[in-house]
Design a protein around this ligand. Structure first.
Ligand SMILES: Cc1ncc(COP(=O)(O)O)c(C=O)c1O
Length: 421
């Protein structure tokens, strides 16, 4: 049914009835979206470099995903996996166990959101190790529930005013500034390794600013974890599902995590997340200890099965590698052209531009915000990220056409020229 309200009317309704805390970065009210293009209620089209925050790797309303959801909706939409199970969930579990790194027996758990997957990974790790503590990193983002908000690094907007926080969460620096060898020091100064259930890390930090640690980093971290009986959990919620050119970003470091959390692009927009990991760890919890009413929702499981087929049929890993290469080439050119650009961040098609200003290279957060709004006016949706909000991140659907990509990059280039004065 067409939406008869215009953007102004919808904005007024929203201001009256939707919680102010649930903010949007644009006032683009969506009428429809297809591939890498979003159409608003006025019929204007925008190139989508945000992908609903890393959710639309296969593109909006991919016909195969739509057909799977439609077919499933006609059969049944819910029975509750904890009451009457069904085939799509168990078939998807088998597939995820197969495609996640690690040539050892694995099992999967399905829940709904990324935060819920991280919460469950922590529950499972604590149960298995019988230890309470969790180590996380500076610039980390793991969600908005009480525990995952505690695990998240940035204060505003994620944590401010929401304390007290969950106990037994310890934070250390991330990446090449202070490498994992410092973990040993951390064990002396902050928490005894024998109390630590898991280290939870994003292989490439997402919200924190598209930060990829150097080669060797995770191998070393993983070894320290295992020498101390600590589980290594890779939060692949933003970096996974092909975004970096491999199915899971941690594969770039050839590390096989004990547990992996997956969400976002797993089910092309339907709420589905998973914890996948070593069988003996995943099976440690007593029956009934995990789950939820909507966990393993059948529509979402069917959508995810379609997503995995699309990855194979359309060779999306190769597309992600090619997209990453094109973005990097263009960004390097801009780096010479625009003094506002600092580092090029990220890995594969999970690439970002750091915006800086002045002799001290201070974070140019206002300029990043301005760039996003200039781009929107010109027909491109982009997102910022980073602890200082000064990283422009690209999370375009991997199926974006060359023409759409070129159009989007041309707008971004014009925007950079505009904010550079
Ligand atoms: C790495 C990472 N973990 C967890 C989450 C939380 O996922 P959700 O918003 O689905 O709860 C996100 C969301 O951005 C994320 O990027």
């Amino acid at each position: 049914m067409p939406d008869n309200f215009n953007a102004e009317q919808l904005g007024n309704l929203r201001n009256t009835y939707v919680s102010a805390g649930h903010a949007s970065s644009t006032n683009l009210y969506v009428e429809s979206a297809r591939g890498a293009v979003i159409r608003d209620v006025a019929g204007r089209e925008y190139i989508d470099f945000a992908g609903g925050i890393a959710v639309m790797n296969v593109g909006h309303s991919h016909p195969k995903v739509v057909a799977a959801i439609r077919d499933q909706a006609e059969k049944f939409t819910h029975t509750c996996f904890m009451v009457n199970p069904y085939g799509s969930a168990v078939r998807l579990a088998e597939k995820l166990c197969r495609i996640t790194p690690g040539d050892f027996p694995k099992k999967a758990l399905f829940v709904n959101s990324g935060a819920e997957a991280v919460e469950n990974a922590v529950k499972i790790a604590r149960y298995y190790t019988k230890r309470p503590a969790i180590i996380v990193f500076e610039n980390a983002y793991h969600g908005r529930t009480l525990l995952t908000m505690t695990m998240t690094s940035r204060v505003k907007p994620y944590k401010f005013g929401f304390g007290p926080f969950a106990p037994e969460v310890y934070r250390m620096p991330f990446g090449d500034v202070i490498g994992p060898e410092k973990l040993k020091d951390f064990f002396i100064k902050h928490v005894n390794p024998e109390a630590v259930a898991a280290v939870v890390a994003e292989p490439v930090q997402g919200e924190g600013g598209f930060i990829a640690p150097p080669p060797g980093y995770f191998q070393e971290l993983f070894k320290i974890c295992h020498d101390n009986g600590i589980l290594f959990v890779a939060d692949e919620i933003q970096s996974g599902m092909g975004r970096t050119g491999k199915m899971f970003a941690i594969e770039h470091w050839e590390v096989e995590p004990d547990l992996i959390t997956v969400a976002k692009s797993l089910a092309a927009g339907l709420p589905l997340s998973a914890v996948v990991g070593r069988q003996e760890i995943m099976d440690a919890v007593h029956p009934g200890g995990l789950g939820g009413t909507y966990s393993a929702n059948p529509l979402a499981c069917r959508a995810a099965l379609a997503v995995l087929e699309i990855f194979e049929e359309e060779d999306l890993l190769k597309k992600a590698q090619a997209l990453g290469k094109k973005l990097k080439e263009r960004f390097e050119k801009w780096q010479d052209q625009f003094s506002i650009i600092g580092e090029i961040r990220g890995l594969g098609a999970m690439l970002g531009l750091e915006l800086i200003k002045g002799a001290d290279k201070a974070p140019a957060a206002d300029e990043a915000k301005q760039l996003a709004s200039v781009c929107l006016e010109k027909g491109l949706v982009i997102l910022t990220c980073g602890s200082y909000g000064n990283i422009i991140r690209i999370l375009a659907p991997l199926i974006i056409s060359d023409e759409q990509l070129e159009k989007g990059l041309a707008i971004l280039e014009q925007g950079l020229a505009q904010i550079s004065g």
